[in-house]
Design a protein around this ligand. Structure first.
Ligand SMILES: Nc1ncnc2c1ncn2[C@@H]1O[C@H](COP(=O)(O)OP(=O)(O)OP(=O)(O)O)[C@@H](O)[C@H]1O
Ligand SMILES: [Mg+2]
Length: 302
């Protein structure tokens, strides 16, 4: 885990993503109601909330897996509509889903290069360049400090934590503009969690890739995130900078129902130095600091 102090996000870091007034229902189930989030370049945003709050639905809309019933998505300053995950990927939005979407009976190196395989021509035939993919996958995982028995192993044979690391590594490899991680730490032990958090922290230090991180453990949020958006019953109920609050304060606020709608909640939020999102419209943000970021563009090395 990278323990270096991370400079705060520059207040003038450009906004790379705005999802505004997103609503989504599945038949009679209302998953999201007028949800608005904003993400700046290099920012690590934690999306928290109880089970069923709508977190995965929101990021599945962002990644083109679901289409919203209402609302707009503006990516890199342009309104976009994602009809499929391929459309979102073309905009530099990479998602690691809760269920990982790895192919269990394929090798680690095939999974790493799924959809972007190296190929070679042999006797006029267009073949997979397994040797190159094997070598590149090993090199890349070594660079990230991810240790697995062999890149030739099928993913089915890896532990849950190793699979998680492969899924995250695969997403980072494609140099995304926005990386979305849906509960990347859920199945991990202490050491493996620290490793994935270290990968995120390294991205954060570079301040190039923006990250949306769905996570339940508040302690981990304060380690690697710049902001927190709390989703409650399909609505963003709280938007706070991690620099302006503490883990204890967040737990107290969420437990006391402060992150919920209503006057009591708005008064409390103000007293706690946090701000509530408006019922409709873009969530208000709290600057996370004023030191400009000077991190270089991240390539494939961490
Ligand atoms: N494809 C679907 N069809 C029907 N209902 C769905 C579908 N996907 C999600 N839902 C419902 O939408 C609501 C929000 O679900 P979602 O998966 O977004 O929650 P979540 O915040 O990610 O929860 P968790 O922390 O358990 O992963 C839930 O009531 C869920 O049952
Ligand atoms: Mg979920």
């Amino acid at each position: 885990m990278n323990t270096q102090t991370i400079p705060p996000l520059a207040p003038d870091a450009p906004v790379v993503l705005e999802m505004t007034n997103i609503s989504k229902s599945f038949g009679a189930v209302t998953a999201l109601v007028d949800v608005s989030i904003r993400l700046r370049q290099g920012e690590v945003l934690a999306l928290v909330g109880d089970n069923g709050a709508g977190k995965s639905t929101l990021i599945k809309i962002l990644s083109g897996f679901h289409q919203p019933d209402t609302g707009t998505i503006v990516s890199q300053g342009k309104e976009v509509r994602f009809a499929s995950p391929r459309d979102a990927r073309a905009q530099g939005i990479e998602t690691v889903y809760q269920d990982l979407a790895l192919i269990g009976d394929l090798s680690v190196f095939h999974n790493m290069f799924l959809g972007r395989e190296y190929r070679k021509r042999v006797l006029g035939l267009n073949l997979l360049d397994n040797g190159k993919m094997r070598e590149q996958a090993q090199l890349y995982l070594d660079t990230l400090g991810i240790s697995i028995p062999s890149v030739n192993s099928t993913v089915d044979l890896l532990s849950g934590g190793q699979r998680q690391c492969i899924a995250v590594a695969r997403s980072i490899y494609s140099s995304p503009k926005i990386l979305v991680l849906d509960e990347p730490l859920a199945a991990l032990g202490v050491r493996e969690s620290a490793h994935v958090l270290g990968l995120i922290q390294n991205l954060r230090q570079q301040r190039w890739v923006s990250v949306i991180l769905i996570v339940h453990n508040y302690n981990q949020i304060f380690e690697v995130c710049d902001r927190i958006n709390f989703l409650h019953s399909g609505e963003i109920a709280l938007d706070a900078s991690t620099a302006d609050t503490s883990e204890e304060e967040l737990i107290r606020i969420v437990k006391s129902g402060l992150g919920r709608k209503g006057d009591r909640c708005r008064r409390g939020a103000s007293a706690a130095g946090l701000r509530m999102s408006r019922r409709q419209g873009t969530a208000r943000t709290i600057p996370a600091g004023s030191t400009p970021s000077t991190g270089p563009r991240m390539e494939h090395s961490l």
